[in-house]
Design a protein around this ligand. Structure first.
Ligand SMILES: *Cc1c(COP(=O)(O)O)cnc(C)c1O
Length: 421
């Protein structure tokens, strides 16, 4: 008997799984929404649409409607939907070697780690740990920084995070997240986190002393509505933490991988630890923690941390394909140019009172329109955008989007805004 079942039975089995999905795709959105609510836990509320297909910067719903995706799966779909190279790299890696556990390694894992160290200008001795998501990358970072525990006489027990910070939903990352509404129902969480005003260097200097093990910073606070921190602030954070013996963690889960027009929004400042996820796999789940400098790699020794899926060959092949494509297509320059054009256009629209962002991570604030209402109106008109609060809309489209495509949103916005006012 061969290792695999009879190929004809095999393809019949695969075919029946595919046929089941294809059959569901034929149902109306209303029927699918019903099946969703009967089978999926309600933590996400009601899904806005049932999406069945994507290509480039567009997706299509179960009723055949087309949408321009200006959210990119929340800053994830770096190369857009259905990218042929990404799809072929993923499927050929899966066909060659799909999963092996961390008792083993694979060429794609090593290649992606080396590539991340190269593009982050990591000093010699720096190392990478792979996870599967942003929150897991931050869990790893939090565990690592816990080891910077000081001494019995002078323990370092405090972690500093910023007001409005978002670091994830698992208990450790949640303990750093600012929103009381997210944390309170799950108390007790790891304690001794202090939130300080974002962007205020004096507040940072005052808070970071010899009782602090780590400072966690998003270079741009994405979930908080794309709030930028200055290069001066990031450089000051580097200096202040170094002087106090605290570790500096940059959470680039949302801002990394070219989103802001450079590979990392915090460059050229080099932290002790950087976390990545969202855009890294172009839609395939992967997270990463980069540990900078040999002296920081000592914090986690064999057995101190682990994961079954992290560093999976397929996920790493996807990450590598994303980085190579960004480089080969000179996408960073494209992101800077299209992002700047987008913000200039937005600034010229009446009823938009503030425009913020870097590269293709942008938010704008509405004077009188309601942001969640605008999201609904935009969706009906064929545009996917996101509200981070009642006044603020966030855009994080695929990095391959064109000014022509962005221009269709700009042309539609005045009318959509008045419909949402
Ligand atoms: C999305 C996000 C996370 C959490 O990532 P998940 O993959 O959803 O766990 C953490 N930090 C930042 C800055 C994020 O934007």
């Amino acid at each position: 008997m061969s290792e695999h079942a009879d190929p004809t039975t095999d393809s019949a089995l695969a075919g029946s799984a595919a046929a089941e999905v294809a059959g569901l795709s034929q149902l109306s959105s209303a029927a699918l929404a019903d099946r969703y609510s009967n089978s999926l836990l309600g933590v996400f509320g009601t899904p806005q649409r049932v999406l069945v297909r994507g290509s480039g910067c567009h997706v299509w719903d179960a009723d055949g409607n087309q949408y321009l995706d200006l959210l990119g799966g929340i800053a994830v779909n770096t190369l857009g939907h259905g990218h042929p190279l990404l799809a072929s790299v993923i499927s050929s890696q899966l066909a060659t070697l799909g999963h092996v556990s961390n008792f083993f390694t694979s060429p794609s894992q090593i290649a992606l780690a080396e590539k991340l160290l190269e593009i982050s200008a990591a000093p010699a001795g720096s190392k990478v740990f792979f996870a599967n998501s942003g929150t897991e990358a931050n869990e790893a970072a939090l565990k690592l920084t816990r080891r910077n525990a000081g001494t019995a006489d002078a323990p370092r027990t405090k972690v500093i995070a910023l007001e409005h910070a978002f670091h994830g939903r698992t208990l450790g990352a949640l303990s750093l997240t600012y929103k009381e509404k997210y944390r309170a129902p799950f108390a007790p969480l790891p304690e001794n986190v202090q939130w300080i005003e974002a962007g205020n260097i004096e507040a940072l200097r005052a808070a970071v002393d010899e009782t602090v093990s780590a400072v966690f910073i998003e270079p741009i606070q994405g979930e908080a509505g794309v709030r930028l921190l200055s290069a001066e602030y990031l450089a000051a954070a580097r200096q202040i933490t170094r002087e106090a013996g605290a570790l500096l963690v940059f959470d680039e889960v949302q801002t990394g991988m070219g989103r802001t027009g450079s590979f990392f929004a915090s460059a050229p400042v080099i932290p002790d630890v950087m976390t990545l996820a969202k855009g890294l796999g172009g839609g395939f789940p992967i997270g990463a923690m980069i540990v900078f400098g040999e002296e920081n790699t000592k914090w986690l020794a064999p057995g101190d941390h682990g994961t079954t899926f992290g560093g999976n060959p397929v996920a790493c092949a996807a990450g590598l394909a994303v980085i190579h494509t960004i480089e080969a297509q000179n996408l960073l320059a494209h992101v800077r140019a299209t992002g700047q054009w987008l913000r200039e256009q937005l600034a010229g629209i009446e009823d938009i009172c503030a425009v913020r962002g870097a590269g293709l991570l942008t938010a704008f604030e509405l004077v009188s329109a309601n942001a969640p209402k605008l999201v609904a109106a935009a969706l009906d008109a064929g545009f996917i955008v996101n509200a981070t609060d009642e006044q603020t809309i966030r855009l994080a489209p695929p990095l391959v989007i064109t000014t022509e495509q962005l221009g269709t949103l700009i042309a539609a916005l005045p009318q959509l805004i008045s419909a949402a006012s």
